[in-house]
Design a protein around this ligand. Sequence first.
Ligand code: CMC
Length: 378
Amino acid sequence: MAITEIIPGLEGVPIAESAISRVDGQRSLLEYRGLSIETLAEHSTFEETCYMLLYGKLPTRTELSDFAADGTRHRRLKYRIVDLLKCLPEHGHPMEALQAAVAAIGMFYPDRYNPNAAQKRLSCLRLIEKVPVVVASFHRLRNGDDNVVPRRDLNIAGNFLYMLTGNEPDPQATRILDICMILHAEHTMNASTFAGRVVASTLAHPYCVVSSALGALSGPLHGGANEQVLQMLERIGSPENARAALARMVETKEKIMGFGHRVYKTVDPRAKILKKYAEDLCRRSGNKLYDIAAKVEEVASEVLSDRGICPNVDFYSGLVYAELGIPRDCFTSVFAMARVVGWLAHWLEQIENNRIFRPTQRYVGKVGDAYVPIADRR
Ligand code: CMC
């Protein structure tokens, strides 16, 4: 069947059947494997959510403890990966360091192409466990601090906070980060997941799949927006300035970062949950950026919500991360620490019923042009 219409950004075009997650953008609904994001944020843990996304069902107590304990065995980085991180420029973006490290990590595992179930599980565990360790290690090393060896007695969120600061993680901060990771773990066929599935369809190994997806996530229209939200809030400076600043942005057609979504035409359900944590944390610390954010949301909803442009996950996540002591340029990497499991679930689904992606184009260039020798060119 020849389809000749070009759909920019493939908006509304299904590219795969998937049983991993579901979004209803009119009803502010997100489910992973049929479970609502609100329920998971309240009752689940990131480790349990990972198991469920990968295997399609909630684990029993033993399955979960085996999965989590097996995972902790894969936390440590090869010393050569630590050396590689030391060699990267300290002013390079943490997402660039992460993408490079993930691609390099794969080279250490000759089993990376092996499609049996045990090897697939190993690759998933290694990636889920090592990505946060790379993020924390790169941050320490670029600051000239010693690398911290990961601990096996902490969950993924707690170990990340421990490695980042070198201090015992606060249990409440650990739980909030754990919830943030649940909220960011998966989100249907977005740009990075699609990029990962395209690479998976070539039967490239999962480290390649994840490093490609990381590249896609890094852009400011995707996972990079959370960093830019804080810059925007600081630029606005106070709640009183919000109305005039937004009017200017709307007039000059400047995008309001953390607003708008291809699928959600109402508030992103993850933003609602994150808003609550952002408010609690900022009230406690006296961070005034929350008040600016709340005012921006109020004014923006008057101006933009009738066009379906509402806060997305990135609008409040940066405030929460900043309050947890996460450096601003690591926000997108923290998003990636969670999304790695979504990409892996899509990798498993893609290779289960694979056909290589090979779309087509409508050629609009020259045809049959003459080759002009270089001496005759002007
Ligand atoms: N502020 C102001 N106007 C907006 C915004 C915004 N944040 N988002 C969309 N619009 C307008 C846009 O200018 C366009 O107007 P017009 O029809 O007059 O030209 C219309 O809405 C459609 O915008 P679009 O960019 O074609 O919509 P899209 O579905 O292609 O884009 C989006 C979705 C997320 C890229 C876009 O909303 C955006 O750039 N938002 C800001 C960046 C951001 O917050 N990204 C995080 C997305 S959620 C997490 C993630 O995916 O990682």
